[in-house]
Design a protein around this ligand. Structure first.
Ligand code: ARG
Length: 403
């Protein structure tokens, strides 16, 4: 009896060819698994293609809600952004895909799992490490890593094995997308001096086509999780989808960066992440109101660490667990509303309020009436605050010749 392997299947040409290749070259029975993280291609045609390539089954899992609740929102609460720009959409999807591959393998009694990630990227690391952590007994086959072929060779292989290739599109780019964002690389983008052609973008309008008038959207957070738009309570999927569309209309969320991959390569990538860009900013603004100065400073350090561990495929680790406990604790009072103005590619905060805000108008006001701040305390405070500077300047003549 052949052993069974579960393949992370996208429905495209490469994983359809891989479906056949795993049977022919490796002798496996293949179960294809399509994980829906928000932007699945045409499922019926992908199913048909998988079956025509000899898959025993092509299963589809709707993981959109879990993806947002257990992967994206914790990263949002942490403020996790890789190297200052990348909201980690692709990276956040991988540990969940690893988990679902393992679940499916258990369900069908498979001894192995497979994916089509390139051997030069981060995604192979995230999937392999995820699977190895959750199920060390499973064998992992990287089909592209072991057997890399060109598109023409793939088409030839498909024709030879009667794999239906109708509706597989030839894209000049390598793309990945889910509810949190879209990643685009390769082709002309490989030269970082090249301006991205407009066909790179699918979710966001170019600035000369964005609406003349701004949209102001009110986002409600509860404990750091977005729960409503303009007063309407929404499910995570609904909320993120709406914000993504709205932001895209206004040309928000285009990111063009050169990043440091885990495997040592610098790569140029274009991202479209309208919902992420809006929500990360709104969440940060709400923390300005609700966290103390030390909390904000320290949490920024944690955010970097958190982003790195997501990027580097270390989701299923004790380190992550520890950091996430800290982050969750910081979110206890991050409840309130933020008003964001979306316009011509920019997102600007125009108002905020929080149920347990630390902002006190009575302390901040320049009006005499109702002012609770006792200005007579300022002088003594400043004297002590500046004491070291003053002594040092006198004894060591700082400010005159530096001798
Ligand atoms: N560079 C991003 C990451 O490592 C995205 C990788 C997938 N990108 C792609 N265009 N297929 O998370």
């Amino acid at each position: 009896m052949p052993e069974t392997i579960v393949l992370a299947y996208s429905g495209g040409l490469d994983t359809s060819v891989a479906t056949k290749w795993l049977q022919e070259e490796k002798g496996y029975d293949v179960v294809c698994l399509m994980v829906d993280l928000g932007r699945l291609p045409d499922v019926p045609s992908a199913r048909e293609r998988g079956l025509s390539a000899g898959a025993k089954d092509v299963a589809v899992v709707d993981a959109r809600d879990d993806f947002l609740r257990y992967f994206v929102f914790p990263a949002l609460q942490a403020g996790a952004v890789y190297e200052g720009s990348y909201p980690l959409a692709t990276a956040l999807g991988r540990p969940l895909i690893a988990k679902l591959l393992v679940d499916k393998a258990r369900e069908v009694g498979a001894t192995a799992v497979a994916h089509g990630c390139t051997g030069k990227g981060n995604d192979q690391v995230r999937l392999d490490v995820g699977v190895n952590t959750l199920a060390p007994d499973l064998t992992i086959v990287g089909t592209t890593r072991e057997h890399s072929i060109s598109r023409d060779e793939a088409l030839e292989y498909a024709a030879k094995h009667s794999i239906s290739v109708r509706q597989t599109v030839a894209s000049p780019y390598s793309t990945d997308e889910n509810l949190w964002g879209r990643s685009v690389e390769a082709g002309v983008l490989e030269n970082p001096w090249n301006q991205p052609p407009e066909d790179v973008y699918e979710w966001t309008k170019p600035l000369d086509q964005t609406p003349a008038k701004p949209t102001v959207v009110e986002i409600r957070f509860e404990r750091g999780v977005p729960v409503a738009l303009d007063g309407e309570a929404l499910s995570p999927v609904e909320l993120v989808t709406r914000l993504s569309n709205l932001g895209g209309e206004h040309g928000i969320g285009r990111i063009d960066m050169v990043e440091n991959r885990l495997v040592g390569i610098k790569s140029r990538e274009i991202y479209e992440s309208p919902a992420a860009v809006i929500l990360l900013e709104a969440h940060r603004v709400l923390e300005e109101l609700t966290l103390s100065k030390q909390q904000v400073r320290f949490k920024n350090i944690v955010a970097q660490e958190y982003a790195d561990l997501i990027y580097n495929g270390q989701w299923f680790t004790a380190h992550h667990r520890d950091l996430s406990q800290y982050v969750a604790s910081t979110q206890r009072h991050v409840t309130g509303d933020v008003k964001m103005r979306l316009w011509h590619g920019t997102v600007m905060t125009v108002g905020r309020r929080a149920d347990r805000s630390l902002y006190s108008e009575a302390l901040a006001t320049y009006n005499k009436e109702g002012d609770l701040f006792d200005q007579s305390h300022a002088q003594g405070f400043i004297k002590l605050h500046g004491l070291q500077a003053q002594v040092q300047a006198q004894r060591q003549k700082i400010g005159r010749a530096h001798v």
